[in-house]
Design a protein around this ligand. Structure first.
Ligand code: UDP
Length: 480
């Protein structure tokens, strides 16, 4: 059988590039060839990540295509979504990505891969691939639950039947009773008027219906009713091959066992200082607080988080994005705060090694914005979660964690927004205590651990994700 060659083209954003790269590794590990497409400024990030796995014999090619930032009215050097300083720039960013169709076609013509796995936000990729008879697979980067819920909200518009933004409505048709409010829906799902985003989402849906199918970074056993609903009721072709991050660990472990690597565990000097700090803590005694790569807080909200974490009495690691610091003065930080919490709480400014922190036995729970990667990382670490959704499909992920899987509690976020401002310190403290202390916390923890087991089993030979990828690779090899 000829080696299958797959093109992977992620949206230029951390939350999309991280799982796509994991997916490329997984495909290579299972015998395929992989090329990841990106724009020049994102190349160093990808090549650095790929270099780290060279010793495992996993080679992934990276090809760059020029990003027309200036042509679309974006600041020079803006090639990743988390660099967008305001929501007004989002349409411009999408406009620039649409201009990538032609250079993508040139690459497809040159390399003739067996398939193109392209981000959902690139609807034009279906046509690009079709020109060369290449199957296009869609990668949404979200789970089955959110895919189903979004589809039904858009189809039935249940939010039209409520009289206020805060009155709950039932999302129709789903296997569970899921209630949301209009304020928790994105602006483009809430409003009737035609915007750039509503048009793009229509194109996404239409191009998906003409694509070869959908790759889902999830596990059947995690959301079985929704995997069935998505394929049987909504009629999609889908392959669930996740959790992609676990496949990653698996590849490392197996390589170590087979001595294909000379990599030794990092020495204590190389070990990240956060992990060294966690080494000094008791099992399940620290709560990790992080809101992904794209969310923003106003200073008063950062203040409420600080107050809430201290009031919870729990040990914590809190990641504050550098641009949330309110310039250099950090006036939102209560007077003498870091002195008071020294040894008990740690504020990390910038980027934290999230997966390693979550996997550390001292980490007992996770306050998360419910980005799908963070959600899966929490599930794979077997920790309960405090859910604090902000934007994208995060309010749906919250319902999966709290109402369906029952591994977390809601902090009480009410408003869909990239800039969050509506949660009081008291609510933070209460939610943190509920997932860390007492009988209820034990229940969350034991269900979270059993989910972790399910996720681990899925990627073993014969497991659901393992088998789904086998089936897909077989199809793609014959599609050639
Ligand atoms: N992440 C990290 N360190 C940080 C912040 C984020 O490693 O300090 C990683 C996190 O582990 C996850 C990704 O960035 O893999 C964020 O993706 P997610 O889908 O959760 O949220 P987004 O950033 O897309 O909103």
């Amino acid at each position: 059988m000829d080696q299958v060659h797959i093109f992977f083209f992620p949206m230029m954003a951390h939350g999309h590039m991280i799982p796509t790269l994991d997916m490329a590794k997984l495909f290579v590990y299972r015998g395929a060839r992989a090329t990841v497409i990106t724009t020049p400024l994102n190349v160093p990030y990808l090549t650095k990540a790929i270099q780290k796995i060279n010793h495992l014999g996993i080679e992934i090619a990276v090809r760059a295509i020029t990003f027309p930032a200036a042509e679309a009215g974006l600041p020079d050097g803006c090639e990743r979504m988390d660099q967008l300083s305001s929501d007004d720039l989002v349409p411009k960013f999408f406009k620039a990505t649409a201009l990538l169709q032609e250079p993508l076609e040139n690459l497809l013509q040159e390399c003739r891969p067996n398939a193109l796995v392209a981000d959902m936000f690139f609807p034009w990729a279906t046509d690009a691939a079709a020109k060369f008879g290449i199957p296009r697979l869609v990668f949404h980067g979200i789970g089955y639950f959110a895919l189903c819920a979004t589809e039904n909200v858009r189809a039935y518009k249940p939010h039209k039947n409520v009289s206020s933004d805060l009155e709950p409505f039932l999302v129709p048709g789903l296997p569970h009773e899921i209630y949301l409010t209009r304020s928790q829906l994105s602006l483009h799902d809430r409003e009737d008027s035609e915007t750039y985003m509503t048009k793009l989402l229509r194109e996404v849906k239409e191009s998906e219906s003409r694509s070869y199918g959908v790759i889902v970074n999830s596990v059947y056993e995690l959301e079985p009713e929704y995997a069935e609903y998505y394929t049987k009721v909504l009629g999609k072709r889908a392959w669930h091959i996740g959790p992609l991050l676990l496949c990653n660990t698996k590849i490392e472990e197996k390589a170590r066992r087979e001595k294909r690597t000379t990599l030794s565990p990092p020495s204590s000097e190389e070990r990240h200082e956060i992990l060294k700090w966690l080494d000094t803590k008791k099992p399940s005694s620290v709560i990790y607080v992080c809101f992904g790569s794209m969310s923003h807080f106003i200073p008063s909200q950062l203040h409420e988080i600080a107050v809430g974490l201290e009031a919870s009495g729990q040990q914590f690691i809190w990641v504050v994005r550098k641009d949330d610091k309110d310039q250099e003065n950090e006036e939102w930080l209560p007077e003498g705060y870091e002195e008071r919490v020294r040894g008990k709480g740690m504020i990390v400014r910038g980027w934290a090694p999230q997966v390693l922190i979550l996997d550390h036995e001292a980490t007992g729970a996770f306050v998360t914005h419910c980005g799908w990667n963070s959600t899966l990382e929490g599930i794979c670490a077997g920790v309960p979660m405090v859910t604090w959704p902000m934007f994208a499909e995060q309010f749906y992920n919250e319902k999966l964690l709290t109402t369906v899987l029952k591994v977390g509690v809601e902090v009480g976020a009410k408003q869909w927004s990239r800039v969050t401002a509506d949660v009081k310190g008291e609510a933070v403290a209460q939610a943190v205590v509920r997932v860390m202390v007492g009988e209820e916390a034990e229940g969350f923890r034991s269900r979270a651990r059993s989910l972790k087991e399910k996720a681990l089993n899925a990627i073993e030979p014969g497991g659901s994700s393992y088998s789904a990828l086998n089936a897909l690779l077989k199809e793609l090899s014959t599609a050639k």
